[in-house]
Ligand binder design. Structure first.
Ligand SMILES: Cc1ncc(COP(=O)(O)O)c(C=O)c1O
Length: 444
């Protein structure tokens, strides 16, 4: 599942398709091709990009993102639906624009993400505002902007929305994010639909919350929502969660609440990081459409990782090799500040050479320059023989990659590059060292 698989394929689940090798499948998902020993993303040589923009650098394949969107959109064609991209997965404006042009909406969790979505050209109505800890300022700003709806996560937040709606004298469309108490087989840090965690309104509090909305002159309940967790490759949790939402829809209808228009089933569709299964749109649709169609509600989804995760790579370069304590280390120029997923979630990311050199392979830890033992991209990984100067691509880095990057160790964040067919362009420049302390003062 990409989480908890640091040392590789032995622990991974079954392969998604019969004949293709894991690397072929990963390459196919990303739009990567080997040509003359070199690695190409769509029509562009990654060696050229690494040389021209330097490393580390994130590179995204626009056409791969479009392909993912269309595959999900097509699989759900029989349902009235809207795919709201979860901006948290990758908030680069150019990525948002690609998805906007395909007809997507967005799912946001902060005023910062709202500003990005608006800057990328999304209409307020296409924005869903989720998140367990929205501030009063963020809620006010969303109400003034007129976002599509606000998914509230607690009674106190709901009452705050009510008072803001009154003060602003505007009607506000509200969704209740339900905690459906569904167990998911993913990393605990990204399992979000189980009882006892901070997200969502427990099912027994939903009808009282709906009645509060019904009795409020400025609020309208349009949506019931859930988000079960991230990197889900099994449809069963979705079936369970949707079942619980539908029970609540029926309960609300019995209570005379007839304003519901949307069932928001969240994101979480998982991708392939190694040779495990990924969530296939056709399989997903087969599981959820028969449950959702009879509700006659519009279905919203909030996928992030599924749309962009496979489409991105992180380019890095080998700085040194060292042998210590009986182990081999490959020290590269990308660290946990650039891609935190391996150290934070024990996530597995495939690492391949940009230029195949045919050197004998061996096992090594791929580690970054940051002063933490937890700073690694791969542990005990079989890799081709590498030397200082070799460039590498870390696959599956399009989601929760750059967005989780930090300046730890005063390291500027990498640039973000978009590949469009045979062309590429820098969608975000590499941060400069001066940017890091531009707002700091030496004294009062
Ligand atoms: C409310 C909500 N929606 C959607 C997502 C996107 O999840 P994913 O990238 O796994 O699709 C998240 C991720 O945390 C979320 O919290």
């Amino acid at each position: 599942m990409g989480e908890g698989l640091l040392s590789g394929r032995a622990a991974a689940g079954q392969r998604g398709s019969g004949l293709a090798s894991p690397t072929e499948l990963l390459f196919g998902d990303a739009g990567l091709v080997r040509r003359g020993g070199g690695l190409y993303l769509d029509g562009v040589s990654l060696t050229d990009i690494a040389r021209e923009v330097g490393t580390p650098a994130y590179v995204y394949n626009a056409e791969a993102i479009r392909g993912r969107y269309r595959s999900l959109d097509g699989a759900l064609a029989s349902l009235p639906h809207r795919i709201c991209f979860a901006v948290k997965a990758n908030s680069n404006l150019a990525i948002l624009r690609i998805l906007k042009d395909l007809g997507a909406g967005v799912d946001i969790v902060s005023a910062g993400e709202m500003a990005r979505a608006l800057a990328a050209g999304f209409a307020p109505e296409q924005i869903v505002f989720s998140g367990v800890g929205k501030t009063a300022d963020e809620l006010r700003s969303a109400v003034r902007t007129g976002v599509g709806h606000l998914n509230v996560e607690s009674r106190e937040e709901l009452e705050l929305v009510g008072s803001i709606a009154e003060a602003e004298a505007v009607q506000v469309r509200v969704g209740i994010r339900v905690n459906p108490d569904v167990t998911t087989d993913t990393h605990p840090y990204i399992s979000t639909g189980k009882s006892g965690i901070k997200f969502g309104v427990p099912t027994d509090q939903v009808i009282p919350a709906a009645e509060y909305i019904l009795g409020h002159p400025r609020l309208e309940l349009t949506t019931l929502a859930m988000h079960l967790g991230s990197q889900l490759v099994d449809t069963e949790p979705f079936r369970q969660g949707i079942g619980r939402l539908i029970d609540l829809v029926e309960g609300l209808r019995r209570a005379g609440i007839t304003t519901l228009r949307v069932l928001d089933i969240g994101g979480g569709l998982g991708i392939r990081y190694t040779d495990e299964r990924s969530m296939e749109p056709a399989e997903f649709a087969k599981a959820v459409v028969p449950l959702l169609a009879p509700t006659a509600l519009k279905v919203y989804l909030e996928p992030g990782r599924f749309l962009v995760g496979s489409a991105g790579v992180l380019l890095t370069r080998v700085l040194y090799r060292k042998h210590s304590g009986g182990k081999e280390f490959v020290v590269v120029d990308a660290g946990m500040n650039d891609l935190v997923r391996p150290s934070h979630y024990q996530a597995y990311h495939e690492i391949v050479e940009l230029e195949e050199r045919g050197r004998p392979s061996g096992r090594a830890d791929v580690v970054g320059p940051v002063c933490e033992t937890g700073d690694f991209l791969a542990l005990d990984r079989t890799l081709p023989g590498l030397e200082a100067g070799d460039a590498l691509a870390v696959l599956g880095a399009g989601a929760y990659g750059f967005v989780m990057a930090s300046n730890y160790n005063s390291r500027p964040r990498p640039p973000e590059v978009i590949v469009e067919g045979a062309k590429w362009w820098v969608a975000r420049e590499r941060e400069k060292v001066e940017d890091l302390f531009a707002t700091e003062k030496l004294s009062p």
